[in-house]
Design a protein around this ligand. Structure first.
Ligand code: SAM
Length: 219
């Protein structure tokens, strides 16, 4: 018998954020400082962070690529779960955000663990020689998700993980003719579909945390 999915109520979300979160005082401080600088409040949540950290630990990730880093919240969250010597490569196009990430990496003592690639990721990825990536987290411009995936999967190691954020497209993923941010919703729909049929990936899954994450493991 199929189980009816449990709806995420505000009460359940609060329970999860209280008990199963990657949030720390230092990460809260990062968010406060980002707000003071006018950086938008669109980072992943603590429950998603705990999931990403669990994946980092499960595969002993040492090389992570993040597309779209904003204030560095998710990058630093993942770096906190890595063994010494691990590196998160942050691809971020906004130079003010890149400066903020560098300041935060310094404050967290992670100068050597957070490498910032400033510019449009479609360009900077081509200029970067990264060949054995353990984990990819895509969280930038939605219409380019599939392109990022195509550029990065050949560089992902066998058994490595690829995750795309906003896989539920703000609740509009199942709409054939989306009205809300149609280009972005279609970008995510195309990405989810591409993940399903990619020959180098095992069948993906959807994790309904935050706005959803689509994840697969490379064959
Ligand atoms: N992953 C971050 C976190 O959870 O802390 C949030 C990322 S935010 C949702 C999206 C980021 O992608 C923004 O900082 C934006 O500047 C960046 N971005 C958008 N298009 C980009 C592109 N073409 N190349 C690089 N970064 C891009």
């Amino acid at each position: 018998m199929a189980t009816v999915p449990t709806l995420m109520t505000a009460e359940i979300a609060e329970y999860a954020e209280t008990l199963f979160t990657s949030e720390t005082q230092e990460l809260q401080q990062l968010l406060l400082q980002a707000k003071e600088k006018g950086i938008p409040d669109i980072s992943i949540g603590g429950v998603q962070g705990a999931f990403l950290q669990t994946m980092v630990r499960a595969i002993h990730a040492k090389v992570i690529v993040e597309i779209g880093s904003l204030a560095g919240y998710s990058a630093i969250t993942m770096a906190l779960a890595m063994n010494d010597g691990g590196v998160v490569h942050c691809f971020e196009r906004d130079s003010e955000y890149c400066t903020f990430i560098a300041e935060q990496a310094f404050a967290f003592g992670m100068n050597e663990n957070i490498i910032i690639h400033e510019g449009n990721a479609l360009d900077t990825l081509q200029q970067t020689e990264l060949t054995t990536i353990d984990m990819i987290f895509i969280d930038a411009d939605k219409p380019s998700y599939t392109k990022y995936m195509e550029i990065l999967i050949p560089r992902l190691r066998s058994g490595g993980i690829i995750i795309g954020d906003n896989a539920l497209a703000w609740g509009h993923i199942a709409e054939e003719y989306p009205i809300f941010e149609p280009e972005n919703v279609r970008g995510i729909q195309e990405f989810n579909q591409s993940m399903r049929v990619h020959k180098e990936l095992h069948p993906p899954c959807i994790i309904p945390l935050g706005d959803g994450m689509c994840m697969s493991v490379k064959k």
